[in-house]
Ligand binder design. Sequence first.
Ligand code: C2E
Ligand code: CA
Ligand code: CA
Ligand code: CA
Length: 278
Amino acid sequence: KQQGRNNFQYYLAPEKTEAQIERFAMEAMLRKALEKDELLVYYQPRINTKSERVVCVEALVRWQHPSLGVIPPKDFIPLAEETGLIVQLGEQVLRKACVQIKQWQDAGMEDLSVSVNLSPLQFRQQHLPGVIGRILRQAGLLPQYLELEITESAAMQNVNRNILMLRELKEMGVKISIDDFGTGYSSLSYLKKFPIDALKVDRSFISGIHEDPDDAAIVNAIIVLAKTLKLKVTAEGVETEEQYIYLQQHKCDEAQGYLFGKPMPPETFEEWYKLNMT
Ligand code: C2E
Ligand code: CA
Ligand code: CA
Ligand code: CA
């Protein structure tokens, strides 16, 4: 049906076709990138605010295009979502991240965990726990070192099914966090029912801590909520020393942001670690 409509537009609105051709070309390019293994995984440190040690790294995908250079996720994740390529892409990221963390653990970064973003489409795959189990086994990584980040909106679609899925993942020993917390419509009563481990406070609230009293109030409320529900809480997008001190004082468990380090390719992260943690 969709196809038929597009064909119709082809004759009536040639300017539409240009965008379509571009999209098809982009999709073909992305498909090829997946086949040719052009995706890179960058790592951004997450700091425990008490010990001030890196406890986890977030895996963030980049597309290393042979002629266009490094393409950020905002320029291809939406297309990957629309075309379903995100499932394959997400598995590649998971695999690379698990292999990398195991390698770092073996090299002496003993308690390092990794968090990986799950797209809503991946989360809807019935066989996701099986896929993750296989990836962990092949990498030789213990499940407790993998955290899956799902967005509020993905978690809130089809809540009953999601509870079963989360329970299955949790039984495997994998950790689950809610990403961009505060930006969606999580019902607090569902939050209690979800077998999750952590909340990640969205960057938009952190940036306002010292500018907007409402943002500070929201951050405090989320920290208190997390403690009440016995969840770990991580602040995203920490850019200034003042924000970090505020978060430490308010007992936010972990902090992530440019203040500590940007997402980095593996070799750069190793240098960062040597410089900052040893
Ligand atoms: P996200 O999961 O919320 O990831 C955090 C984003 O904030 C990252 O952007 C990171 O570089 C950026 N960031 C971290 N600290 C700071 C800071 O202090 N200041 C500012 N201004 N930004 C900061 P990035 O890497 O461009 O990723 C954007 C989004 O793309 C991610 O948002 C996530 O939704 C998506 N994404 C990235 N990798 C993957 C992936 O492997 N799978 C899926 N499904 N989505 C991914
Ligand atoms: Ca994330
Ligand atoms: Ca986030
Ligand atoms: Ca985000």
